[in-house]
Design a protein around this ligand. Sequence first.
Ligand SMILES: Nc1ncnc2c1ncn2[C@@H]1O[C@H](COP(=O)(O)OP(=O)(O)O)[C@@H](O)[C@H]1O
Ligand SMILES: [Mg+2]
Length: 399
Amino acid sequence: MPERALTEALLLIAAAPDQATMMQVVTEQVRAIIGAHQSVTSLTVSDDWAQAITATSLSDKYAAWRTYDELPDGSGIYNVVCKTNRAMRMTQRQLERHRAWRGFGASGERHPPMRGWLAVPLVAADGRNLGLIQLSDKYEGDFTAKDESTLAQLARLASIAIEKAAAEAALQAALRTARHQEQQLHRLAQQLVTAREDERKRLGFDLHDNVCQELIGIAIMVSAVRQRLRDDEAGRFSELARVGEYLNALVEHLRQLAGDLRPMQLRDLGLEAGLRSLAEGLSATGSKIGIVAPRSVPRLGDATEVAVYRVAQEALLNAVRHAGASAITLTLSVVDDRVCLEVRDDGCGFDNENQSLWGVGIASMRERALALGGEFEVSTTPGAGTVVRLFCPVHPQSG
Ligand SMILES: Nc1ncnc2c1ncn2[C@@H]1O[C@H](COP(=O)(O)OP(=O)(O)O)[C@@H](O)[C@H]1O
Ligand SMILES: [Mg+2]
């Protein structure tokens, strides 16, 4: 075989963008290089002819058969090549006399006539059969031993390309599956967070709007009864006063509990004002807290808003309690569908590598970020301040 024809075939086979194109290129190249009117390449999927993929190339002599699309069923003589993984080369006479020759089976009428046959197996690196390449009707005379070795050489190249394409396809499929599973996991984690926030919100509302209101009603009733008591019932008077105080303390306690379940400031003021009010509350400790936030923050979804609020609360509290900072700045930004929260202080910093220092606060900030598919980082150097950052995807559908 001329060196150039082989190199060209090799380049064309390697450049094929997908398996179907590659099969077609192989089929056309072998027919051109050997010089025959018919060529067929078949790939079997693990010995299964029902799933075989075939490519055909016919010269103009057989133009009338180009629409022939009958698929091989594995019962023909070609299967001997696949079973034995050995080439077969025959004249038309030899072919028709062969034990395994059964004509063209059910599709006999429509199959193009043949004139001589040369078939070589496609073999995987581990010896498994992948299919075969068949040629018929050589332009001049019968197929020779040289044709057979040329075709065998091309079949080896094609086999390597086929295996490489299959490995690539399997890799892509595995990647797609992994990506799909990751997305599903992500969705589930989000649903979990959203469900938890919904439940906390409902509980918070119930506590605040129902239980607290009922208790306030009872406190008012107690105070009314107290006012109707005469002086001679002074003992019971002070007893009822204590009941009233107790009720008021209980209401305050429940209010706080409701606030913990879902920050009331978030519900009443929204995220931006909620954060400002948080900072204001902490400023009472003497720390100077600056806030940089867009004038109107879009709704980010309950789960994200609560996470941002809670992380801000913990980070600000840490800065106030541990940093001894002269300035603390909270920056909130929303870009595309990601929200970024940054709490920066110019205080003492700490050794972030020393995990024994980490407490519940840092762990819970990290967990909130991860549960929402976000990221959390603390950058700090002893003596040089601390920056806490939270990046979170926005889920406005749950807002
Ligand atoms: N902004 C900060 N400046 C200095 N040290 C900090 C800061 N934030 C956290 N730390 C250090 O990290 C430790 C762990 O913080 P955290 O997990 O929130 O737990 P806790 O606040 O309950 O101690 C703190 O005890 C403190 O030593
Ligand atoms: Mg803390």
